[in-house]
Design a protein around this ligand. Structure first.
Ligand code: PLP
Length: 415
């Protein structure tokens, strides 16, 4: 008997270990389309509850937009449900290429290749374009999927301290003997909501003959004046060699990702990237929806402008209420609580007040940096935000943290 009682016991105790460490993750079931107002069920038994969602990546409010749903219906009717094939055998439709061309135009690159997800794009891209003669130099806070992609690649791995340009420069100097250098960063960092210094990174890349990779998953569609991303915000459109991004956040939120950038690099991904070669890509219904998303956001900046307004309003109201926020220019606004248990208790009390936001603590963020990560959406109206601000303020007063900084909160609650 391969899966013996002994094996079961070992695994059971591993799972209890996760519970005991207080890092057990529980799914909540949402009984509604993704939106600002959702109906949530906790599997642990409480009743369904109508809450305001403050933790989705639905930045532009397009996840359930009627135009996107309509386009998806039309795609389903005209191109069917599934492809039953990977892209290079018989899994590419005209609309897949149309979407790639639209992404290329929107991102300001030379070519684009769709992947089943951005996780897959990151898993495939490094191995496809780098060899053991090259070096990858990554910001220490890049997304987990980038870390995994780097592991699959034979190029040498190195890192620089988060957004520390002097340290990056040192690393670039150190690796001048390599064939290629590739600087790797997120555009917007998902836990802190801060932006990469892409203008300085590109300048260093030019000085030290290096390529630049940026994961724009938390930026595509809304960062920059026309929402093209961090490269637009930093004034370096057209100067990023590889961009990866997801369709699973602002761009409709269904699923899918892409590698976009220099023509030859994208072509090598089409020839070699394993998640592209060996896994089905995005289904036609999603492709049709995503095409409509790109058309919508290319026609008007109304949604990203509303998101920007919401972000400023939210930030300044929470600051006025006396919360300790992480600085940043993105719609990711972390409310710092430092202590893991406090973050969990805070999130539970918010939920009781009808606000859905999640506490993050180690190992998702460093020890002693627990927080509630709030995320704004163009789907939020001012009334949603006012309700949420009142709830935050009530719970903040309960825990006596309003007007308190890091030192005082840690004194009261510990790390
Ligand atoms: C969400 C995210 C991904 C993964 O995107 P999927 O398309 O859901 O796989 C990759 N990179 C970053 C930076 C992300 O935030």
């Amino acid at each position: 008997m391969a899966y013996s009682e002994k094996s079961r016991d070992i695994y059971k105790s591993e799972i209890s270990g996760i519970r005991d460490a207080g890092i057990f993750k529980e799914e909540r079931y949402i009984h509604a389309p993704q939106s600002a107002d959702i109906v949530v069920e906790f599997p642990s038994g409480a009743e369904l509850k109508k809450v305001i969602n403050m933790c989705a990546n639905n930045y532009l409010g397009l996840s359930s937009h009627p135009e996107v749903i309509k386009a998806a219906h039309e795609g389903l009717d005209s191109r069917g449900y599934g492809m039953s094939s990977v892209r290079f055998i018989c899994g590419t439709q005209d609309i897949h290429r149309q979407l790639e061309n639209k992404l290329t135009k929107f991102l300001g690159t030379e070519d684009t290749l769709l992947f089943p997800s951005c996780m897959d794009a990151n898993a495939g891209v490094f191995e496809a374009v780098l060899t053991d003669k090259d070096v990858m130099i990554a910001d220490r806070l890049v997304h987990a999927s980038i870390v995994d992609g780097m592991r699959l690649c034979k190029a040498m791995q190195d890192t620089y301290k988060h957004s520390d340009m002097a340290h990056l420069e040192e690393k670039l100097q150190e690796h001048q003997d390599k064939r290629f250098r590739l600087i790797i960063t997120d555009g917007v960092f998902s836990m802190d909501g801060d932006l990469a210094k892409l203008d300085e990174i590109v300048a260093l890349a030019e000085k030290y003959d290096s390529m630049v990779f940026v994961d724009e998953s938390h930026s595509s569609g809304f960062i920059g004046k026309t929402g093209r991303g961090t490269h637009e915000h930093c004034g370096v459109l057209g100067r990023i060699d590889i961009i990866t991004t997801t369709l699973g956040k602002a761009l409709g939120g269904a699923s899918g990702g892409c590698v976009s950038g220099r023509r030859e690099l994208v072509e090598l991904c089409r020839q070699r990237a394993r998640p592209y070669l060996f896994s089905n890509t995005v289904a036609p219904v999603i492709v049709a929806g995503a095409i409509r998303v790109l058309d919508l956001i290319s026609q008007t900046t109304e949604r990203r402008d509303k998101l920007e307004w919401n972000t400023k309003y939210w930030r300044s109201a929470l600051e006025k209420a006396g919360f300790d926020l992480k600085e940043g220019d993105s719609p990711i606004v972390p409310v710092m609580l430092y202590n893991a248990k406090l973050a969990q208790d805070f999130a539970r009390d918010l939920y009781a007040e009808g606000i859905y936001a999640v506490g993050f603590f180690f190992p998702v963020v460093p020890k002693g940096a627990a927080r509630i990560r709030t995320q704004l959406s163009a789907a939020h109206d001012k009334s949603h935000l006012d309700t949420a601000i009142a709830a935050f303020t009530k719970v903040g007063a309960k825990y006596n943290i309003l007007g308190k900084g890091k030192k005082e909160i840690i004194e009261m609650y510990g790390m």
